[in-house]
Structures are given as structure tokens and as C-alpha cells.
Write a protein that binds this ligand. Structure first.
Ligand code: SAM
Length: 270
């Protein structure tokens, strides 16, 4: 399928990048193809794409054979996306709206792929990983973040400055990997910082642990990350006794506890 170059699509539809909407577009079709390959084979698979913009990544997903549902809040992008829908009949459904609010209506398992502004990306990410019900409906997340945020998602206690709530949330019942670094010069306009794509797949949920309780424990522990656990977890009923039961030294700080240790503490309190 020959499509016009993305730069032409942007010029034709007057899609100047909006700062307010966090728009930094990708035009390199080879790079977009590599990103679309991260979730694995997509032939006939359902994909939720958030923030397709002019449709660079969308094209790559469609070429890989995916059935794409795309949510975009910038109305100016809709004509360009409608052209893509015509070029790939029956493969692309576009929903206009804010992905934090509109339902996508996809039935059955689906992959999620997105290149989003930082704040929206993080809010959606925590939403997709929270909740008591597991496994989730999605079978993988492939998400572009600022490199610093991507590092916080995949961090372990060996990287104490990056390790925190986001890492525990992403790793306690999922595998989170840094799939690809993307240089700032790949975007138009280039953002100030480097980006990276993380790939998350759900694993089995450890038994006997409430997601809400784990959040409460990490919130308290990392809320005062410089303090010893005996201080930061003081306000959480039963937490200090749980540490003792598990043989975890209360003089340790949050950033030294492994994800498994956080899960053990939350299990006793759940
Ligand atoms: N996917 C395109 C690409 O890779 O070139 C565009 C990426 S651009 C960084 C982010 C896109 O997300 C923009 O098109 C923007 O309008 C859209 N967007 C921002 N906030 C959104 C939201 N809350 N819901 C849906 N789309 C949003």
C-alpha cells in the first residue's frame, strides 16, 4: 500500500504541532515499523492506539495487519486518520475524545500502543496497572515515555534514585522492559529530553494480596523515602509487626526493599 509521506500529510492538513496537546510527531517509517513490531505479531489482532495524531504509528500498526481502535482528541487530525481508514478498509476505527474519559469499546484481548504526552501517559499507565481484577483485558502495553520515566518504571533497588512506586506498580504482577531508546531528534519538533519505549506484559498475580493495600504500603514507604521504614510505615496499622514477622529490618529504607518484599508486607496487611 503506497501512502503519501507523513510530512506531506501534515502539510496537506495543516497539522502544526500543538504544544498544549504535547504533540511531537514521528515521521521515520522504518522506526515506526520497529515500534509496531514490539508487541509481537499483530495480524488480525486488536490494538488500542492512544493519540494517533497524523497517524504515523497507526500506519505501521495497520501494515502489520492489526485491527486498530484509535482515540485522538485533536479534531484537526481526524481527516488524515479518515484517509488511513479508507486505505485499510475495515481495519481502523477512530474515536474522537480524551482517552482518560472515553470508553474504547474493544471486546476481547487487545494490545495497547501509544506515544503520548508525559502527563496523560503516566495517568493512563497507572490506571491500566491498578485495580483488583487481574489479568487485565489488555495483553501488552507498548508506551513511549521520557527516558527518565521509563527508567523509573523498570528500576530495581540497584538503581535507588529511580526505584519507587511506579516500579513496584509496574513489576509486581507484570514484566516491564525497556524495549527501545528513541533519540529526541527522531521527533518533529524535537522534545527537550530523550525518550524510551517500555513494554509491559501481565504475569500471574501473587495470591492473597490486595492491590489497594500494596499501593498504601508503597505510598507510605516512598512518601518518606529518606526515612527508615520504622518511621515511614508507622502510620499504617500492623505494618511494623509485618516487617518483624518477615524478618525485614525496620531500619532499612523503602528504596532497598525488593518488589517481592513489598508484596509480602502487603499480603500480611491485606
Ligand atoms: N502517535 C503520533 C506520533 O507518534 O507521531 C502522535 C504523538 S503526539 C506525542 C501525542 C498525540 O496524543 C497527539 O496527537 C495529541 O493530540 C494526542 N493526545 C494528547 N492528549 C490526549 C488525550 N488525553 N487523549 C487522546 N489523545 C491525546
Amino acid at each position: 500500500m503506497t501512502l503519501p509521506p507523513l510530512r506531506e500529510v501534515i502539510a496537506h492538513h495543516g497539522l502544526t504541532a500543538s504544544k498544549a496537546l504535547g504533540q511531537n510527531f514521528l515521521f521515520d517509517e522504518q522506526l515506526l515499523g520497529r515500534i509496531a513490531a514490539i508487541p509481537g505479531p499483530l495480524e488480525g489482532r486488536a490494538v488500542l492506539e492512544v493519540g494517533p495524531g497524523p497517524g504515523g504509528l497507526t500506519r505501521a500498526l495497520l501494515r502489520a495487519g492489526a485491527r486498530v481502535t484509535a482515540i485522538e482528541m485533536d479534531r484537526r487530525c481526524l481527516p488524515a486518520l479518515a484517509e488511513l481508514a479508507d486505505a485499510f478498509p475495515g481495519q481502523l476505527r477512530v474515536i474522537e475524545g480524551d482517552a482518560l474519559k472515553v470508553p474504547h469499546g474493544i471486546e476481547g484481548p487487545y494490545h495497547i500502543v501509544a506515544n503520548l504526552p508525559y502527563n496523560v501517559g503516566t495517568a493512563l499507565f497507572t490506571g491500566w496497572l491498578s485495580g483488583e481484577s487481574w489479568p487485565p483485558q489488555w495483553s501488552s502495553l507498548t508506551l513511549m515515555f521520557q527516558q527518565e520515566v521509563a527508567q523509573r518504571i523498570v528500576a530495581t533497588p540497584t538503581d535507588p534514585s529511580a526505584y519507587g512506586r511506579l516500579a513496584v506498580l509496574a513489576q509486581w504482577r507484570s514484566t516491564a522492559k525497556l524495549a527501545m531508546k528513541v533519540h529526541r531528534s527522531a521527533f518533529t519538533p524535537p522534545p527537550k529530553v530523550m525518550s524510551a519505549i517500555i513494554h509491559v506484559t501481565p504475569t500471574e498475580m501473587p495470591p492473597g494480596v490486595s492491590a489497594r493495600m500494596l499501593e498504601r504500603v508503597t505510598e507510605a514507604a516512598f512518601g518518606q523515602r529518606r526515612k527508615m521504614l520504622r518511621q515511614s510505615l508507622k502510620g499504617l496499622p500492623g505494618a511494623l509487626e509485618a516487617l518483624e514477622e518477615l524478618g525485614i529490618d525496620a531500619q532499612r529504607r523503602a528504596e532497598t526493599l525488593s518488589v517481592a518484599e513489598f508484596v509480602d508486607v502487603a499480603r500480611i496487611l491485606s
